[in-house]
Design a protein around this ligand. Structure first.
Ligand SMILES: N[C@@H](CCC(=O)N[C@@H](CS)C(=O)NCC(=O)O)C(=O)O
Length: 224
């Protein structure tokens, strides 16, 4: 098989890639990376020195694709099932790329800041940074609420790269910093995302690992 995905079933950016792969019905070999194991870390680092996942190895084309967005763009170019994740029209593609960036910068980044802080020793925690990250999430929720008014999907008529990015970001962010009840369009969108078979498969595969999430006590029972 030509495609190998280096990933971990709990990692939010890996969910983004997995959702795209499952949405597109793409055939690939999953290679679970345990960063706690030296040999796994070395294998990932040999492909991509920053040692962050997901990374896709496309053996047929001799390419290594790190960065979830680039990985999904590669799938959309070469795998017919994944093509709809990026609209053919150049202007519509820009909308999708914009909202993919918004998901990563305005949801994933602050969410990872909050999780990372909990993993630190108490002496070097950053309560001010965490408070800023929580405020950033609230601002992002308000922005998404505005964007989603009258829409089914985040950035285009069909399910796209932006929606692949949104699900993991919203899933983990909402556990740390609940989405206000008044954001009805955002709540409805999140529920719509959860109905996608690709998303259900990712969540099912993550279940055994959620006990390792630093905020496991806040994970809603329906996901456990
Ligand atoms: N911009 C990258 C971010 C990748 C990333 O941050 N991955 C996290 C997991 S969600 C990771 O590799 N963490 C391991 C570490 O930081 O050591 C992408 O879009 O793929």
């Amino acid at each position: 098989m030509a495609l190998t995905l280096y990933y971990h079933p709990l990692a939010s950016y890996c969910w983004k890639a997995l959702i795209a792969l499952y949405e597109g019905g793409v055939d690939f070999t999953p290679r679970l990376v345990d960063l706690g194991k030296a040999e796994d870390r070395a294998a990932l680092q040999a492909l991509w020195p920053p040692c962050r996942f997901p990374v896709l190895h496309d053996g047929a084309r001799g390419r290594v694709l790190p960065e979830s967005t680039v990985l999904i763009e590669h799938l959309a170019q070469h795998e017919p099932g994944a093509a709809p994740l990026l609209p053919a029209d150049a202007q519509l593609r820009l909308d999708v790329r914009l909202w993919d960036r918004v998901c990563d910068d305005q949801l994933q980044d602050p969410m990872q800041k909050i999780v990372g802080d909990r993993l630190r020793d108490a002496a070097v925690r950053d309560p001010h940074g965490v408070a800023e990250a929580r405020a950033a999430l609230q601002n992002a929720y308000a922005l998404f609420e505005q964007q989603l008014a009258g829409r089914t999907w985040l950035a285009s008529e069909g399910f796209s790269l932006a929606d692949c990015a949104a699900l993991p970001a919203l899933f983990y962010a909402a556990i740390l910093e609940p989405i206000p009840a008044g954001h009805a369009a955002l709540h409805a969108y999140f529920e719509r995302l959860l109905l996608r078979p690709a998303v259900q498969r990712v969540l099912q595969e993550a279940k055994p690992w959620l006990a390792l999430f630093p905020y496991r006590e806040a994970v809603p029972a329906r996901f456990l």
